[in-house]
Design a protein around this ligand. Structure first.
Ligand code: C6P
Length: 420
């Protein structure tokens, strides 16, 4: 499948050619309310490059059939494309293909673990250790599980600067802890958590560790072996892939012993009237016709990121984040949440007494797309003492002049709301 684009000649030594990268994303050329789109909402969902759009198009135009079922040419090629995509995803995070389960996204990945591993291993009186900064997707499934099993959920505290209170983690972690579930990067604070240390301590305490990588995988090279966790969950759509596809990585010994989650086609090797035998990994945990085109797009998104190089993307974003923190920090009356260092470009803020929703609506009139609300982080919002924040989130295609456009648009909001 030929998917040429501007990344084909990127080498680690080449400069970061932002204009050529931007040209790979057709949507960045459009106007919104008559203004050039300034897309600062990639933490909610990223935009897609031509190569991903073309890969999905080519899959449907030339290959599509159902997978693992037919003996005909198209079915064989669709199966190759789907399983080839699994290899790309697995290789990207330092895993074996059989340990990568395709899911709809991070939410489904975490629910899968809660309903299979959790249902089999969590018992009355066990403790599940989370942090106060978890996204609802890494909180509610565990609350449901704890409710069913009679387990207890505990939360590691968060400092005002957004970092985790690691002394709290050390204090709460005990031989009663069966699971530690933590986000790699906070979707509100941008903070990068010390997940390798958290996973190591969990292992020493005999607990299983799940890392929510939804906001980390788009921005940094993830190596699940180096992190040392047991499960890693992430979403394709936040890292240039289509919506409806993501991955759960699990340590093979755990996945092998997990009961199937959903029953149906694909996940069995034999069905009898008195029961069934589950298929081997990874298919045991993938019931029904999967999102084949999504997986193909996911693989191409990863190839695109690899062609530019996640280290170079990280360096670009680090510079841009520092610029954004300085520019926003210079706006009088604007309060930024989260740390100055060790963070990604997910920047939550409040501006004077303008409600975040009003701010987002005014910025939109200037073509500037940000997110406003609780960001599926209601307990964290309560902890911060706010009901909502405005959030600008940066990605590989953003520029300093877009940060300037954000600051300019804030000026309009200030005028409308009479902020001195
Ligand atoms: N956060 C945001 O705007 P899904 O929806 O399954 O792809 O991802 C869920 C999820 C899990 N964990 C973290 C840390 C996340 O940030 C998200 C998605 C989006 O912040 C939508 S609420």
């Amino acid at each position: 499948m030929e998917t040429p684009d501007s990344t084909s000649d990127h080498t680690p030594a080449a400069d970061y050619d932002i204009e050529r990268i931007r040209a790979d994303f057709p949507i960045l050329g459009r106007l919104v309310h008559g203004f050039p789109l300034v897309y600062l909402d990639s933490a909610a969902s990223s935009q897609k490059p031509y190569s991903v759009i073309q890969a999905v198009d080519a899959y449907y135009s030339e290959i599509h059939a159902n997978v693992h079922r037919g003996a005909h040419e198209l079915s064989i090629r669709a199966t190759e494309a789907y399983e080839g995509a699994r290899e790309v995803v697995a290789d990207h995070i330092g895993a074996a293909p059989a340990e990568v389960i395709f899911v709809r996204g991070t939410t489904e990945a975490i629910n899968l673990v809660a309903w299979t591993w959790g249902a089999a291993h969590v018992a009355e009186g066990d403790e599940i250790l989370l942090t106060k900064m978890e996204h609802h997707s890494n909180m509610v499934p565990w609350q449901i599980l704890a409710g069913r099993a009679g387990a207890v959920v505990k939360y590691v505290d968060v400092r005002p600067d957004g970092s985790l209170v690691m002394e709290d983690y050390d204090r709460l972690l005990s031989d009663r802890t069966c699971l530690v579930a933590v986000t790699h990067v906070s979707n509100t604070l941008g903070v990068v958590n010390p997940v390798a240390e958290i996973a190591r301590k969990a292992r020493e305490a005999g607990a299983v560790c799940l890392v929510d990588g939804a906001q980390a995988a788009p921005h940094m090279q993830v190596d699940v072996q180096a992190i040392g966790c047991d499960f890693y969950a992430f979403s394709g759509h936040k890292m240039l892939a289509p919506t409806g596809i993501g991955a759960l990585w699990g340590r093979r010994e755990l996945l092998e012993h997990m009961p199937p989650w959903q029953g149906g086609g694909e996940m069995i090797s034999e069905v009898r009237l008195d029961g069934f035998t589950a298929a081997p990994l990874p298919h045991k945990l993938e019931a029904g016709t999967p999102n084949i085109a999504g997986a193909v797009g996911f693989a191409e998104a990863i190839r695109y990121l690899q062609r530019i190089g996640l280290e170079r993307i990280h360096a670009w974003e680090r510079d841009l984040t520092a610029y954004a923190l300085d520019s926003l920090g210079a706006v009088e009356g604007l309060e930024i949440y989260g740390p100055k260092e060790d963070r990604v470009g997910v920047i939550s803020f409040r501006y004077a007494d303008i409600h975040a929703h009003d701010l987002a609506t005014i910025l939109d009139q200037k073509g500037v797309a940000i997110r406003a609300g609780h960001h599926c982080n209601q307990p964290l919002m309560n902890h911060l003492g706010v009901d909502a924040t405005a959030r600008a989130s940066l990605y590989l295609y953003n520029t300093r002049s877009e940060i300037d456009a954000l600051v300019d648009a804030l000026g309009l909001a200030a005028k409308l709301f009479g902020v001195a």
